[in-house]
Design a protein around this ligand. Sequence first.
Ligand SMILES: Cc1cc2nc3c(=O)[nH]c(=O)nc-3n(C[C@H](O)[C@H](O)[C@H](O)COP(=O)(O)O)c2cc1C
Length: 218
Amino acid sequence: MIKPIPVDKEIKLDPTKIIMSKTDPKGMILYTNDYFLDICGYLETELMGKQHNIIRHPDMPRVVFKILWDKLKKGEHIYAFVKNLAKDGRYYWVLASFETKFNDDRSIQAHYSKRKPIPEDSIKEIEKIYKILLSLEKNDSTMVLAENYLTGKLEEDDITYEEFILNILKTSKENLDAFFDGKTDEILPKENKKFVKKKIVEKPKEVKKEGFFSSFFK
Ligand SMILES: Cc1cc2nc3c(=O)[nH]c(=O)nc-3n(C[C@H](O)[C@H](O)[C@H](O)COP(=O)(O)O)c2cc1C
């Protein structure tokens, strides 16, 4: 299939709807819901048995998918910001939530993804970071530079990848889960703003407990 030529036009998503898909362990598409088809513009028959990179946008840094697959192989849940390419060349930003289902023998049965829209100001922030990652990847097929940049960013604030995502969205895990579960139509803000560097708390010095009478015998 010929890859569409990207055009600088955005498809706005409905926050009350969710884009869903399921893949086999290697990422081959097994199922997409109707909203997935509505937004990307492909027919179901064009997607079944294909890889998701059919909607991969060239503005997406490769390192993001590396992190995604590293987590999925370990069976860990992950949120990721993804810019996708529709069949007509337009783009749409999604916040995607990925999960893995296992068989009884712990082999991977399937991967699942749910996608919702991202607030405008968060898109602006993530675009800046992705541009840097893309430029670092240009002359480095190993992605080491891009991965180091991202790790450095997390280390600077002593935060996890998930906390980094939550900071960009200015929300908490509970609020984000509620948005994905359809309990809210917007991502509610976190009250105490950001996940910040965890302070190293010094252990209080042990105070020698002395009996009441001992002070009289000093
Ligand atoms: C369940 C699931 C959903 C995915 N959804 C997307 C998606 O919406 N857009 C995307 O570009 N890649 C998605 N991927 C990642 C692709 O499999 C792939 O790693 C990515 O498009 C990069 O492809 P490339 O390395 O061949 O360029 C998804 C993977 C899984 C397992």
